[in-house]
Design a protein around this ligand. Structure first.
Ligand SMILES: Nc1ncnc2c1ncn2[C@@H]1O[C@H](COP(=O)(O)OP(=O)(O)OP(=O)(O)O)[C@@H](O)[C@H]1O
Ligand SMILES: [Mg+2]
Length: 488
């Protein structure tokens, strides 16, 4: 069964059952009240009569008074009977055949005890004996503890029944109207819910077909479970979209990496191949052969470096290197590095300035720390001509802060964003084959610093210079290295 009908049935069912219960209860309580009112009325009449109908001294019935009262109550069709203490009708003197006789003994005993009796189901008129639904009220009257007489007031039930029938009819009409309202209301409510679910279905189909630019918002004011489901769904689509984008990005990076790696290797391989061909066909003069072999060696070294750096990068990335962390003097290590790079700086006519207080300590794997700093300083030298390169180190809060600032060519915002990517070279024309050109340096540096639990940032302005800042957490706050994973 369609959800629409299920929902309608549910709403409808609830409304109808509620209506039915209310109607039954209403009819019952109304009829009770109506009967009660009628008895109350009859009781009131008997109350009036009991004081005047019989003379307590002479026991004579005041026929005139009763007839007079009946005359007044003619409209309501109320009549009276008076029984004496022997259960004999004393008023009226004459009763038609089939009319009132003695009161049934079970009621008579009640009356003798002083309890009034109300009967709603008399089938004959006690006065004229005609078949008619009557309601009767008996009231015993006592004098000094002795039953004097019993007054009975009776009236046909037509009045009561017709007013009850009117109520029932009205209720029936109300019931029909609410039935109609229930159908309309349940349809509207059900359609509202079903529409919202259909909207979700529609969006699910779109997502299944790969369209993640969907809006699941249901525009409903009530924030119920369906709206919450729509919100969750929207979040899920968001995550799906993100992971899909990430997959694409990874795929693109992989493709780019393959292309770059092939491109990087092709140049030295072509050079070596050309030289080998020259040697094979004796096309290289004897005096140049040494030089050719030297060139081939340097190209082969370049290839080996490329392959090693790639392997190194992957190892760091997949957490396959073990850091031998220790606390050592950073000033000393940086001093060694500047000595090592002095020649390169001089070649580029750069001035290396070391701004480090002698007591700065750093907690890191010494070799990896040197590798990071060499890479960054070497880059600074590589992209700075006739400038200064300032290397600084200081102790911060639970960390060592290092910076390498140059006055070189700088980078654009776009370039800065990409320098951590493998094989990224901001501008191919910058290729400086003197120190390195693989575009792997910073990618490895980034991985290494991250593995130490540190940070690396860069600020740069084109034509003004670049500053790299790094932090290494101290032994207390540095993360423990996760166990080495031995994957391929
Ligand atoms: N100090 C700097 N000033 C200007 N540009 C820089 C600086 N450092 C890095 N870059 C830019 O970032 C790119 C990536 O640097 P990275 O060290 O990763 O590669 P590389 O130096 O080209 O090659 P290698 O792998 O041999 O280090 C560089 O090619 C350069 O364009
Ligand atoms: Mg570099």
């Amino acid at each position: 069964m369609k959800l629409l009908y299920q929902q309608m049935l549910a709403f409808f069912g609830v409304l109808i059952v509620a209506m039915a219960i209310i109607s039954v209860m209403f009819i019952r309580s109304t009829s009770n009240t109506v009967w009660q009112n009628s008895f109350n009325q009859l009781e009131e009449y008997t109350d009036v009569l009991k004081d005047h109908a019989v003379d307590p001294n002479t026991y004579l019935i005041n026929t005139e008074f009763i007839t007079h009262s009946e005359e007044i109550l003619k409209k309501q069709n109320v009549h009276f009977l008076i029984y004496d203490a022997t259960n004999t009708v004393r008023y009226p003197q004459q009763v038609a055949d089939g009319g009132a006789t003695a009161i049934a003994s079970k009621y008579w005993t009640e009356l003798k005890k002083g309890t009034a009796v109300a009967l709603p189901e008399l089938t004959r008129n006690p006065r004229n004996g005609k078949a008619q639904s009557m309601t009767i009220y008996y009231k015993p009257v006592f004098l000094s503890g002795k039953l004097l007489f019993v007054i009975a007031a009776f009236a046909p039930v037509d009045n009561i029944q017709s007013s009850l029938r009117q109520t029932e009819y009205n209720l029936f009409i109300a019931f029909l109207l609410s039935l109609l309202a229930a159908i309309v209301l349940s349809y509207l409510l059900a359609r509202y819910q079903v529409n919202r679910i259909n909207r979700l279905r529609q969006v699910t189909h779109q997502v299944a077909e790969g369209n993640y630019d969907v809006d699941v918002k249901l525009n409903s004011k009530t924030h119920d479970e369906v709206a919450a489901l729509a919100d969750d769904f929207q979040d899920m689509v968001g995550s799906l979209r993100d992971s899909q984008a990430e997959i694409h990005r990874q795929e693109e990076r992989r493709r780019q990496f393959m292309a770059d790696a092939a491109h990087e290797m092709r140049t030295p391989l072509t050079t070596i191949n050309g030289l080998l061909e020259g040697l094979a066909y004796d096309a290289i003069p004897e005096e140049s052969k040494g030089e050719s072999i030297q060139l081939m060696r340097s190209e082969t070294n370049r290839l080996i470096r490329l392959v090693n750096e790639n392997l190194d990068y992957e190892k760091i990335r997949t957490n396959q290197i073990l850091l031998k962390k220790q606390t050592f003097n950073a000033a000393e290590a940086l001093g060694d590095i500047t000595v090592q790079l002095k020649q390169k700086a001089e070649d580029a006519k750069d001035q290396l300035i070391l701004k480090v207080s002698p007591a700065v300590l750093v907690y890191a794997d010494r070799d990896r720390f040197v590798q990071v700093m060499v890479n960054v300083i070497q880059n600074a030298i590589q992209f700075t001509q006739n400038g200064t390169i300032t290397i600084a180190a200081k102790t911060g809060y639970h960390q060592t802060e290092l910076s390498v600032a140059d006055t070189g060519i700088g980078m654009t915002k776009d370039q800065v964003q990409n320098i951590w990517e493998r094989y990224y070279k901001a501008d191919p024309s910058r290729k400086n084959t003197k120190y390195g050109e693989s575009g792997l340096g910073l990618a490895i540096v980034h991985q290494l610093v991250t593995l130490h639990g540190g940070t690396i940032d860069v600020t740069s302005k084109e034509g003004v210079g670049t500053t790299f800042t790094m932090t290494f957490p101290d032994a207390e706050t540095a993360p423990k290295q996760a166990p080495i994973t031995h994957t391929a």
